[in-house]
Design a protein around this ligand. Sequence first.
Ligand code: SOE
Length: 393
Amino acid sequence: MVGYAFMGSAHSQAWRTVNRVFDLPLHARMTAVCGRDEANVAAAAARLGWEQHTTDWRALVSRDDIDLIDICTPGDSHAEIAIAALAAGKHVLCEKPLANTIDEARQMAAAAERGAAAGVRSMCGFNYRRVPAVALMRRMVADGRIGDIRHVRAVYLQDWITDPQFPLVWRLQKDKAGSGALGDIGAHIIDLTQFVTGQRITGVTALTETFVKERPLPQASSGLSAAAGDGNGTVTTGQVTVDDAALFLARLDGGAIATYEATRFATGRKNGLRVEINGSLGSIAFDFERMNELEFYDATEPSTEQGFTTILVTEPDHPYLSAWWPPGHGIGYEHSFTHQARDLIEAIATGADPAPSFTDALQVQLVLDAVLRSAGHGSGWTDVEPIFAEVAA
Ligand code: SOE
């Protein structure tokens, strides 16, 4: 694994757990973790359960006893690491968003296609697909339970940078993160809604905003709880180069229309990911803050009995859940990463191509790009570029 901060911890938890919960044909061995700072990566290896540590990711990629590279770094290093790993014949799991630019994402998707032809698997880490209620939502939509989809309404609301004194961490720097709320959390709701509906976004009209344009530099390049200043009382500031919030309307290729909102300024909302889909025969809604539940409205029921039903998604017949606790006991955020590891291991073992592929993640990147282009041109209608240039010709 390369990187060991928030996502690295979540992935490590998954690798530690996956074979203890799921019966799989392959066993995950946590061989080595990589980070730039020797002392910190050594401590992380001990804390997270990795056998060895290194400060050189290239050393991991060239080792014969490593089969899979898990990339949990900021977006500016995804492409280089993933392409080198795939070329060396390693399977790759890469955190979202896939890359910082479309060019990089295209190169990664091409490397993944070449890898697939040689039996090398790659997957992008859109973990919310693996929440059982979301997987059930997709199954019910595919089974026609809500009929033809008309509306998709998706929000992802956080508030961890509302304080203007919160420091300029890497997620607020375009060269490191590619974009702000849009790529970090907007990418999740783009992927999730496309996954659930089976429809893809074709065009958008968008608005972005950066409310706080300058922030104190952080003590260290860290994550969601960094401190400002140099530790000696001196605080210098830097420019925020990404969006704090991104809103857009979209059309999907199956005829649905959609609204999306991704913001880090929704005061009081910590990880408010909510998606509602309205169809000709019913509606279905998911709220991450109640992640063991799904709301379902069945318009084919007698009018006297219609109403939103809350499905408690904890039954063994629900996706992933036969491996966990008895009905009603519930699961949490980290389980989505364990399910992600499960699905990837199974794909590697069976020789299947896992989803979301790098090409799927490239398509999300193309939507992000369309949003930024629209926002940069007075919110004008902007088509999402096709994945394959020749398809457009
Ligand atoms: C920060 O906004 C963050 O950690 C994202 O990077 C993750 O993808 C999301 O799951 C939670 O919030």
